[in-house]
Design a protein around this ligand. Structure first.
Ligand code: AMP
Length: 514
């Protein structure tokens, strides 16, 4: 099953339906989208690209993203999405590792880089002054059949963000993405042809593959002209073209909430602007989601997944997030919810044996969303997938109702005096303290304790932080041994391109200081 059939199906069913929007402006209906894919697929084939060959996309969010991805699939190729914020050398490393034959780049990336990508047969600019002639659509319809692909063939070669070491190529197949797309309707949201998905987060990541369920439903795909997250622009677009659905990392949710508050938008106004905001990819602290629900209303759904099982792990539904009267509401708010329909989830010890409920161990996932393995890296694949289960590297525990609470990545756990300490518990407490905007807790090497807890805290603008007060709050809320031994007050936290706090960098800072 080739995912390109999803597009063909919609194009046959309703060719005139608006499909791709640049802001409020429709740039392609479903018929045109499919036509453009056929035109591009013909060009791939004419240049000798073979089924299974890779084409890289080093593009910021752009309306042509969707055309290139589906054209590549139409021709049986696999795409290699590269985060637009990567350094050219990092992108080059990925291109070499994937042995991509062509690359598509947005004009801004091409002009920002004096050097250029090498080792490719073609580098195609999708816009700007040097936009390639490839983008001149033919007058008469092209009829290029979809190249047959098996469900387990490679569709999306996604490189892990690589906060430690070199990134690994995660082999995501047509089956994986089809499973993710169908699972969206079971677990995350209903979608109709009147809906609009907004690509605010990078399309090279989870936000981009959410195109699939929205394509299955014949919805509209809107790329904000800024290409990224600008709350003012998103609110304006939502008001203009109707409620938007989108995926957002918790930092993005926070910015939207701050904007709604500052602009004085009511919950109803937020409801007319946003239908559904799916969040995940990093911890969402209880205080933050409570504030988001208060300001923007019941339009949130949480998912937990990882590049190796993209967007499919657990889900905390809109209803569960709203069910404030439930006896276990606060525990559920701190959890990432229940296993999504397509997968099973267990919590195991290092040998892969089930742990009793409530005990913290490694979260493992099994199902048709789980990657085929790491690209040309059998050792890493054998480590990650054991007896059909994906070892996520995330630590967590299950409760009696099946809700999963994540503690931390195993590598972020602190071991102090022989006790395991999960930074997130401490971060939750610090975030409740007055004047605290952000907090990240890591372990620093210590001769006596092995590691000691250090908290990096960002004050809210114009606020002075009293660390004695922070310590007092910790003493009231958590065990003594878990409280930070040291506070570092900083102006900001280092984050990667997806907004995740780079704890490795914080640990390095501490190691350098000792
Ligand atoms: P990536 O592969 O870059 O998408 O990162 C996946 C990792 O992000 C997971 O393994 C988790 O550590 C983290 N993550 C994803 N979703 C959540 C969530 N809802 N809450 C907390 N952490 C999450």
């Amino acid at each position: 099953m080739n995912l390109a059939y999803l597009l063909q199906r919609q194009a046959l069913r309703d060719p005139e339906r608006p499909a791709i929007l640049n802001g409020a402006q429709t740039v392609a209906n479903y018929g045109q989208w499919a036509q453009r894919c056929q035109h591009l697929a013909t060009q791939f084939q004419a240049a000798g690209l073979q089924p299974g060959d890779r084409v890289a996309l080093f593009m910021r969010n752009h309306v042509r993203y969707l055309e290139v991805v589906f054209a590549a699939w139409w021709a049986g190729l696999a795409v290699v999405p590269i985060n637009a914020k990567l350094h050219l050398r990092e992108a080059q490393w990925i291109i070499d590792n994937a042995q991509a034959r062509w690359a598509f780049v947005t004009g801004d990336i091409a002009s920002e880089n004096n050097e250029s990508l090498s080792g490719l047969e073609r580098v195609i600019e999708v816009d700007g002054r040097k936009a390639d002639a490839l983008w001149q659509w033919p007058e008469s319809p092209v009829n290029t059949p979809i190249t047959e692909r098996r469900a387990d063939d490679l569709a999306w070669l996604f490189y892990t963000s690589g906060t430690t070491g070199r990134p690994k190529g995660v082999m995501i197949t047509h089956r994986n993405l089809l499973t993710m797309g169908l699972g969206y309707f079971c677990d995350v949201d209903t979608v109709s042809a009147q809906d609009t998905i907004a690509y605010a987060a990078p399309m090279s990541h989870g936000a981009g593959i959410y195109a699939i369920p929205h394509l299955m439903a014949g919805a509209r795909h809107m790329v904000p002209p800024s290409g990224g997250l600008d709350p003012t622009e998103l609110f304006a677009l939502g008001q203009q073209i109707g409620p938007l659905s989108m995926f957002a990392a918790p930092t993005i949710v926070k910015r939207l909430v701050e904007h709604a508050e500052a602009a004085g938008f009511s919950v109803d106004a937020c409801g007319q602007t946003f239908k559904t905001i799916v969040y995940g990819g990093a911890p969402m602290y209880a205080a933050d989601i409570q504030r988001a629900l208060r300001v923007m209303g019941p339009r949130f759904v949480q998912i937990f997944g990882q590049g190796e099982s993209p967007m499919v792990g657990t889900v905390l539904s809109r209803q569960q997030l709203q069910d404030t009267q439930h006896a276990k509401y606060s525990q559920r708010l701190a959890s990432v919810g229940l296993a999504q329909t397509p997968v099973r989830i267990r919590v195991t010890d290092t040998q892969g044996h089930d742990l009793p409920l409530g005990e913290v161990g490694e979260v493992v996932i099994q199902g048709d969303s789980v990657m085929a393995g790491y690209w040309r890296n059998p050792e890493a694949t054998t480590q990650a997938i054991q007896q059909g289960w994906l070892f996520t590297g995330d630590m967590g525990c299950l409760d009696v109702d099946g809700f999963l609470t994540l503690k931390d990545r195993s590598k972020d756990m602190i071991i102090s005096g022989g006790s395991n300490i999960y930074p997130r518990e401490i971060e939750e407490v610090l975030l409740h303290a007055p004047g605290v905007a952000e907090a990240a807790v890591v372990g620093a090497p210590d001769a006596e304790w092995g590691e000691v807890v250090v908290a990096f805290v960002v004050p809210q603008t114009g606020q002075e932080l009293d660390t004695a007060l922070l310590d007092k709050l910790c003493l009231e809320e958590i065990a003594r041994f878990k409280r930070p031994k040291r506070y570092e007050i900083v102006a900001s936290l280092p984050k990667n391109n997806y907004g995740k706090v780079l704890k490795t960098e914080l640990r390095q800072r501490l190691a350098r200081a000792t």
